[in-house]
Design a protein around this ligand. Structure first.
Ligand SMILES: Cc1cc2nc3c(=O)[nH]c(=O)nc-3n(C[C@H](O)[C@H](O)[C@H](O)COP(=O)(O)O)c2cc1C
Length: 336
């Protein structure tokens, strides 16, 4: 029996993002979609082994389906860290093979692991032997001088040949190790076509594409070629844009409203304040919920400057016209 909570669908996922996809964001996005696969921020193996695990891994049941992303370069350490982390219950454990930061490079984790797919396979094997969990891998198209499809296919083929990893999430641009992390999400060109080809060549693997995907129309288009789509910045910058995901991608009869989302978050805020969480840590995620609609400026100001309580949050909602806050997901997000 798998020690994971359940096998999640990869059709639509929200990317792991440091300082963005913390537990509060995940609870918030869960009000928008019941089924999107959510990822934690990247957590170092050593932090799991020696750090404050409740702070790093703690979450609510409602956040599932939930994947933990780990950073590791060492099979033994990864195995021990995953064993410890599983006490918190996750639906997937993912290995970061995409982070190009200097710190990651120095520690031999993240994108530099693309040079050693054999090591990625060893890490996956160690975790599997220790815990019975098949890691998924989130990686790039290649590194530095790598060009075209061959380096990507070689990486995936070698990792998959280790016999453990069957799910590959590809940030569809290569990593340039001389650039900072931010430029590495913008400068190397996106090549989703290479990820689509990967699925054609490895039909037995679960292939997910990621990078620059802005709305559900684009998600639907990619799903014709791959098993799943992972959305990063767009989900934090304009979360309501994905409000039709349950109906459109997962076929659920669910029509959330922004009023419903805010009411659920007011109850969550109430609990969290009781646990000593500062209101701002939660409210910051709700700021873009009303992007581009009447009352948005008032909402943003209230949340960043004055709201400190659930009552204040519900009061701020009144700045948004009822026809907007009670409106189900917009038809423009429907497939064309
Ligand atoms: C603020 C921020 C933090 C990120 N942190 C992580 C991380 O912890 N792990 C990871 O694999 N990718 C991380 N990423 C990369 C995203 O997961 C994603 O691959 C990238 O942003 C491209 O997708 P997008 O264009 O939809 O945003 C981060 C991206 C951003 C913007």
């Amino acid at each position: 029996m798998t020690p994971l909570a359940k096998v999640p669908s990869h059709a639509f996922a929200v990317a792991p993002m440091l300082e963005r996809t913390d537990r509060h964001f995940r609870y918030f996005f869960r009000q928008i979609s019941a089924k999107a696969l959510l990822y934690t921020e990247m957590v170092f193996d050593l932090a799991i082994l020696h750090g404050d695990t409740e702070r790093l891994l703690g979450h609510r049941d409602e956040e599932h389906p939930l994947a933990l992303q780990i950073a590791s370069s060492d099979p033994g350490r990864a195995a021990k860290a995953v064993r410890k982390a599983l006490a918190y219950t996750f639906d997937e454990v993912n290995l970061n093979v995409g982070c190009p930061s200097e710190k990651s490079q120095r520690s031999g984790i993240g994108a530099v692991l693309m040079r050693t797919p054999g090591r990625v396979a060893e890490i996956a094997r160690a975790v599997y032997d220790e815990c019975g969990v098949r890691l998924s891998v989130k990686h790039r198209l290649g590194l530095d001088a790598d060009e075209g499809y061959a380096p990507l296919a070689r990486f995936v083929e070698t990792v998959a040949a280790g016999g453990v990893v069957t799910t590959f999430i590809v940030h569809a641009r290569k990593a340039l190790l001389s650039l900072d992390t931010r430029k590495n999400r913008e400068v190397p060109p996106l090549r989703h076509d290479l990820v689509h080809r990967l699925k054609r060549d490895f039909p037995e693997l679960t292939i997910v594409t990621n990078g620059g995907i802005q709305d559900l129309k684009a998600v639907t288009r990619h799903l014709e070629a791959v098993d799943g789509v992972m959305v990063g910045r767009a989900a934090t910058e304009d979360p309501w844009c994905f409000a039709a995901v349950d109906a459109q991608i997962f076929g659920l009869p669910r029509r959330p409203t922004r009023q419903g989302v805010v009411e659920a978050m007011a109850a969550y805020l109430d609990d969290a304040l009781g646990e000593g969480v500062p209101a701002a840590a939660i409210l910051r995620h709700l700021v873009p919920l009303f992007r581009g609609v009447p009352g948005a400026r008032h909402w943003r100001r209230a949340l960043t400057e004055s709201v400190t309580s659930p009552e204040g949050l519900l009061e701020a909602l009144k700045a948004i016209p009822p026809e907007v806050r009670l409106e189900p997901p917009k038809p423009h997000t429907a497939p064309t």
